[in-house]
Design a binder for this molecule. Structure first.
Ligand code: SF4
Length: 63
């Protein structure tokens, strides 16, 4: 459901959806900690996607 592309390390997403995104200080990139977050976390993920300044995040719907 959450897919990662062009992360520039702004760390907005980890603030918006801390259950789904974490930050790796070594690589300066975000890590998706929950590849398939529960439906209840969708609002968090949606706002993380919305606030990512690099537009690096998107939601990938499961088939
Ligand atoms: S908000 Fe976007 S650019 Fe910033 S850490 Fe998250 S994915 Fe990376």
């Amino acid at each position: 459901m959450a897919d990662l592309g062009l992360c520039q390390g702004h760390q907005m997403c980890t603030g918006e959806a801390p259950d789904v995104f974490a930050f790796d200080d070594d690589t300066d990139l975000v890590v998706v900690t929950l590849e398939h977050p529960d439906e209840s976390l969708r609002p968090q993920v949606e706002s993380a996607v919305k606030y990512c300044p690099a537009m690096a995040l998107s939601i990938e719907e499961e088939a």
